[in-house]
Design a protein around this ligand. Structure first.
Ligand SMILES: C[S@@+](CC[C@H](N)C(=O)[O-])C[C@H]1O[C@@H](n2cnc3c(N)ncnc32)[C@H](O)[C@@H]1O
Length: 260
């Protein structure tokens, strides 16, 4: 009887210890993902630190930052509502916007809705006809290819048939073979949101940085820490050694303004 009760007590103590070790590890993992132990290499700043027009007034965001908007309510591959507000405010002052990765075309449409009358929005994507041209490279994570192809299924877009569709140039094809020469140094805003594999983020970033004009902005999506899109995290951490990048707090956007 005594032995049975001792065994039961020890088992309970062991279970409690195992539970608290597991909770502790989970907690550490969450802190690591949030950058509390070792901060993510791209420095986090509030969006208005780099985009002053977003500075809140005493009542929060100002009326000047109002945009035409569709919520991210179960939209595949889409950006968050806060990210939409930031990007569309930049589009309000842009004549030429280039987007890597169209998906449903929700962001493309909102760029077109919010940009000035004579603006042009150029967006590049894989679609069912061009998806086979995707080129993995050594070091790319297999999951990135799977999700890129899963998102390359759209043949109609949110902007299709809308009055602002006349502002949109839709390009199809693989971004590694895409030739950005016609846009070199011309874009006010480049949004990099195509394939998330390391080799693609490197290649798309090189092109984006060549296509943006002096004083223009490049924004990358999906910088979400060591447990997020790893190719994006790795490629942007490396890029941050060479150029100034900022991670916009509350979002997975990384910001770069090309110096004049
Ligand atoms: C995350 S989604 C883009 C979401 C969109 N920017 C938005 O805000 O709604 C990624 C897109 O990149 C496209 N894509 C993936 N790999 C690509 C590649 N190698 N070349 C061009 N586009 C690619 C996919 O077809 C998909 O449309």
């Amino acid at each position: 009887m005594l032995i049975a009760s001792l065994v039961a007590t020890n088992l309970a103590a062991f279970a409690l210890l195992a539970f608290s070790v597991r909770k502790n590890l989970e907690h550490k993992e969450r802190r690591k993902q949030r950058g509390l132990f070792s901060p993510w290499p791209v420095k986090r700043v509030p969006p208005h630190a780099v985009i002053p027009e977003l500075a809140p007034g005493p009542l929060g965001p100002t009326r000047e930052t109002e945009i035409a908007f569709i919520a991210n309510y179960r939209v595949p591959g889409a950006i968050s509502d806060l990210e939409t507000w930031i990007l569309c405010n930049l589009a309000k002052r842009a004549q030429l916007v280039f987007e890597f990765g169209t998906a449903t075309g929700k962001t493309t449409y909102l760029f077109a809705r919010n940009a000035p009358e004579n603006a042009r929005i150029v967006t590049l994507t894989l679609d069912p006809r061009t998806a086979a041209s995707y080129q993995s490279a050594a070091g790319d994570e297999a999951a990135a290819r799977v999700s890129a192809l899963e998102e390359s299924i759209f043949e109609e877009f949110v902007y299709t048939g809308a009055p602002v569709a006349t502002k949109v140039t839709q390009l199809y094809g693989d971004s590694k073979t895409f030739d950005g020469t016609p846009w070199l140094g011309r874009c006010d805003l480049v949004f990099v949101d195509g394939a998330h594999a390391y080799s693609y983020v490197q290649s798309d970033s090189r092109k984006a940085l060549a296509m943006v004009r002096p004083g223009g902005v490049v924004l990358w999506h999906d910088y979400s820490g060591p447990r997020g899109a790893h190719g994006v995290y790795r490629a942007l951490n490396e890029l941050a050694r060479d150029i100034e990048l900022q991670h916009l707090a509350g979002t997975s956007l990384v910001f770069h303004r090309r110096p004049h």
